[in-house]
Design a protein around this ligand. Structure first.
Ligand code: 6PG
Length: 246
């Protein structure tokens, strides 16, 4: 199996553990480098985590002014669209802890063309991490990811072109399954992370989780399988989602 599996008795326990993990990663990064770089997951699952981080005892344990906020992916929508991953995190956490706007690095899903937003995000990564554009991808202190019922993560969907991207750090991905275009971090960037945490809950994810963690390596069909970070990989899973794992 790829990574360390943590099965929790309830989603409540899972999100408290995930909040503690976020705090621990933030505190050690700030102690070591006076900042914490994090790529947030979108979708529905992480919202509870973000809301929890805005409350005690977690809220007062993070130096929020030292956090550099990024997103692993974004829909092709503006920041106020109900579909926006940025909007979800802003409402659940960033607005609650009064995040430093200069450190909130939003993927501009409204950009025309959308590729301009991917180019711009790569330039922002170069600027914030201080890495050369033609060098290796920067290493996030923490990347949070969800996983869809089809095994996708971020906006790396089965059999889509972004799965093959080995040079760019951020790209536009055409997702025929959704009849949509998405912005997404690519495997080179995700896999450069010091720590990656997947958050997977609910019985609806049980079958795909078994395939991803225990089945044959088939990352074109199960893109989450190709998340193999240089650093640590943790799967935070509740009992229902773990129901088909031995
Ligand atoms: C998105 C997410 C996506 C999400 C999975 C799981 O933009 O939708 O980045 O990768 O993590 O689809 O979504 P849920 O957590 O809502 O099941």
């Amino acid at each position: 199996m790829n990574g360390e599996l943590h099965v929790f008795n309830s989603t409540d326990e899972l999100f408290h553990a995930a909040a503690a993990k976020f705090v621990e990663a933030a505190r050690s990064a700030v102690t070591a480098r006076s900042r914490f770089t994090v790529a947030l997951a979108g979708g529905g699952t992480p919202q509870t985590l973000y809301e929890l981080l805005a409350t005690e005892p977690y809220r007062s344990q993070v130096e929020w002014s030292k956090v550099e906020w990024f997103w692993g992916d974004e829909r092709a929508v503006g920041p106020d669209d109900p579909e926006s991953n940025y909007r979800m995190a802003r409402l659940a956490l960033l607005s609650q802890i009064d995040a430093d706007a200069s450190r909130v690095h939003r993927l501009r899903g409204e950009a025309e063309p959308l590729t301009a937003a991917a180019d711009e995000y790569e330039r922002e990564l170069v600027r914030v991490f201080g890495t050369p554009a033609d060098g290796p991808p920067p290493s996030f202190d923490l990347v949070l990811l969800g996983m869809g019922g089809d095994g996708h993560t971020a906006s790396l969907f089965p059999f889509t072109a972004a799965l093959d991207e080995q040079k760019r750090w951020v790209t536009v991905n055409d997702v025929p399954q959704l009849n949509a275009r998405r912005l997404t971090m690519t495997y080179p960037l995700l896999n450069a992370a010091a720590s990656v945490v997947f958050l997977v809950t609910g019985v609806g994810k049980a079958k795909v989780l078994r395939e991803v963690l225990k089945g044959p390596h088939d990352p074109r069909r199960l893109p989450s399988q190709a998340v193999r970070p240089a650093g640590s990989l943790h799967w935070y899973v509740d009992h229902p989602a773990a129901g088909q794992l031995e």
